[in-house]
Design a protein around this ligand. Structure first.
Ligand code: TIU
Length: 220
């Protein structure tokens, strides 16, 4: 048992690191670099790129403490058979050629995780077709099998894939903590509004804190 208590909003977050997973959502080149899916939607990737060193710092601490690490990637089979027509209709750049390969397609350079956060062979990668990491994946089975009850989140984008996954996880009984400086949206207001949506009403979906506060609690 490696119990920690983290100074968080709306009140301290407690977990046993042996029953906790660190989930890094969609830190793919397609969302963090120019020429990817994020930019194809008309977004500026400055903010999503900026969190890479902060996520890396937390990832290293989690690795040192042998916390389970899970990386997710949003994307589709090259045939697009797992891309629902409604998604393709509104986001026709999916599957198109971009400077980093076919956009949001598994196996392409842009779909993969940024070099700084490259998963180690013992870490779990969840490939997901949707915004939430539980839909059409084996994430719940992986967590249950490993006795995980608590989830600490980083990644992009806060208001889309991160928040959708936190909502899915909360309904499945996981206590969720989001790192406010290790997550980002293309627009800062979407990010800040998401933090409020998560920690409001006594933690309606979970808790929020900074990476520094988490690391302090781990090193205590
Ligand atoms: N568009 C947007 O903000 N996000 C996504 O489409 N996917 C993720 O958040 N990963």
């Amino acid at each position: 048992m490696k119990k920690i208590v983290v100074d968080a909003l709306p009140f301290p977050y407690e977990c046993d690191l042996n029953k906790t997973a660190f989930i890094i959502i969609d830190m793919q080149r397609d969302f963090c670099y120019k020429g990817g899916f994020g930019e194809s939607l008309g977004n500026d990737v400055t903010l999503t790129m900026k969190i890479i060193p902060i996520v890396e710092k937390v990832l290293n601490v989690m690795r040192e403490h042998k916390v389970m690490i899970i990386h997710t990637r949003e994307g589709h089979d090259p045939s697009l058979k797992d891309c629902p027509p409604n998604k393709l209709k509104r986001f026709p750049s999916i599957g198109q050629n971009g400077p980093m390969g076919r956009i949001l397609i598994r196996g392409e350079y842009g779909h993969d995780i940024v070099d700084e956060l490259k998963p180690l062979p013992n870490e779990v990668i969840i490939d997901k077709p949707g915004k939430g990491a539980f839909y059409n994946t084996d994430l719940l089975e992986v967590l249950t099998k490993n006795g995980v009850t608590h989830l600490i989140f980083a990644g992009v984008t806060t208001h889309v894939c991160v928040q959708t996954t936190i909502r899915e996880a909360n309904d499945r009984g996981f206590d969720c903590l989001l790192l406010d400086d290790a997550s980002a949206a293309f627009d800062i207001n979407d990010h800040l509004n998401s933090l409020h949506m998560i920690n409001q009403q006594n933690g309606i979906f979970g808790w929020t804190t900074s990476s520094q506060k988490l690391i302090e609690a781990i090193n205590k």
